[in-house]
Design a protein around this ligand. Structure first.
Ligand SMILES: C[S@@+](CC[C@H](N)C(=O)[O-])C[C@H]1O[C@@H](n2cnc3c(N)ncnc32)[C@H](O)[C@@H]1O
Length: 381
């Protein structure tokens, strides 16, 4: 069994600290926050556990070589020296996923082709055969990172990005990433021990992530495939150990998911069933602007629609959200992710602002607080 030292978990911009917090809770060592990533030390078992348990990581990368290059031939030659046959078997398919910030390469594809050629030639040399490339559903994923002259070759232990938990079988037109939803829940400070509502839940991502977090259901329990399962040293006993150590907590409070679209509620229910949390979440086909009876909901978190999906324009829609919060939710924390422009129209005072991206869109994740009695909502100044 190889003794890996430094491992890199990648994530979205703005989620680095919550990812580091998850790693601390899981007792990882040498945690260091980087840009859109966190590094830490891990054994093979801990690499499996990171993939299985972390909710805010996208990939768990295991660097195997780190060197300087002056041209593409250097990349090929250094990669031919790697004993690829010790990492995976010839029967496994593979793909190279490159990130290149360097003048040494005309294009990113060319760099990944050089690494692919090196892997194939090494196998031919030692085994007289070559493994096949599969770009769609590869067994093994090799990560190539070139920045200037610096090159890092890593085994991508996750394979497909970890945001693909496997429960979203019914898709929404604008779903939020599972990893972003989990990150927003952690950034909001919600501890998984009180009532929560997403009043515009779409396909249910935020409430499904909330229910999993509260019940202690790990992303890996949904049963997706990981690249490390195709490594030569994969130990099914070690993996089973991680599956066996999971304990769920029964919930004594509900989580609510509402949407104006019946179709979306149907999708949410199917997705929640797939994630094993359909008995925790109460779904309702409801218009947020008519939710007069929700005064007792203490915590809201949602991503309203914006832009091209809005028939009457963003301004009016976001004004209505602000009015609905003021009139119908008392003594409540509401966290909303949207564009700065849209959020301006809410007409509410912000108590906290966190910059985040929703896909390529620059967003702000903001907290608003409502009070009952004389302490009314403050108008934004
Ligand atoms: C950006 S999507 C939310 C996506 C969701 N987070 C997901 O991951 O699938 C916004 C949702 O708001 C819903 N919506 C729009 N107006 C609404 C209203 N007045 N009341 C409740 N839901 C509404 C839409 O049907 C849509 O599903």
């Amino acid at each position: 069994m190889r003794d890996y030292k430094k491992v890199i978990a990648t994530t979205y911009a703005g989620l680095e600290e919550v990812l580091a917090g998850e790693l601390e809770n899981l007792k990882y060592r040498n945690i260091q926050v980087l840009r859109r990533a966190v590094s830490f030390s891990a054994s093979l078992e801990e690499i499996y556990r990171a993939n299985y348990c972390l909710t805010t990581a996208l990939k768990i990368l295991v660097p195997i070589r780190n060197f300087k290059i002056s041209n593409s031939e250097d990349l090929y030659n250094r990669c031919c020296e790697i004993h690829w046959e010790t990492f995976f078997d010839i029967t496994k398919t593979f793909v190279v996923q490159p990130t290149v910030f360097s003048d040494l390469f005309r294009n990113t594809m060319f760099a990944s082709l050089r690494l692919k050629d090196a892997i194939v030639d090494r196998f031919r040399q030692v085994e007289n055969k070559r493994p096949s490339v599969d770009t769609k559903n590869p067994d093994v994923v090799i990560n190539l990172h070139i920045s200037g002259n610096d090159c890092i070759i890593s085994l991508d232990s996750s394979g497909e990005s970890l945001h693909k938990r496997g429960y979203r079988i019914e898709n929404h037109i604008a779903p939020i990433s599972e990893v972003l939803a989990a990150g927003m829940l952690r950034l909001s400070g919600w501890k998984g021990d009180s009532v929560l509502m997403d009043p515009m839940c779409g396909s249910g991502t935020i409430v499904i992530e909330a229910a999993m977090m509260a019940a202690g259901i790990r992303p890996g329990e949904i049963g997706r495939k990981y690249s490390f399962q195709s490594w030569k040293d994969f130990s099914s006993e070690l993996f089973k150990k991680i599956e066996d150590e999971i304990h769920h907590t029964p919930l004594s409070f509900p989580i609510y998911g509402c949407d104006i679209s019946k179709q979306n509620i149907k999708k949410s229910i199917i997705n929640a069933q797939e994630a094993g949390v359909d008995d925790i979440i109460l779904f309702d086909n409801d218009d947020f602007f008519k939710s007069e009876n929700k005064k007792n909901i203490p915590f809201l978190i949602f991503n309203p629609p914006y832009g091209e999906r809005m028939e009457d324009g963003d301004e009016l829609f976001y004004e209505q959200i602000g009015d609905s919060l003021k009139n119908n939710f008392h003594d409540c924390q509401a966290w909303i992710i949207s564009t700065k422009n849209c959020l301006k129209s809410l007409g509410l005072r912000t108590s906290k602002k966190i910059p985040l991206f929703n896909g390529p869109l620059e967003c702000s994740f903001r907290k608003y607080e409502t009070y009952s009695g004389s302490k009314k909502w403050n108008k934004q100044v």
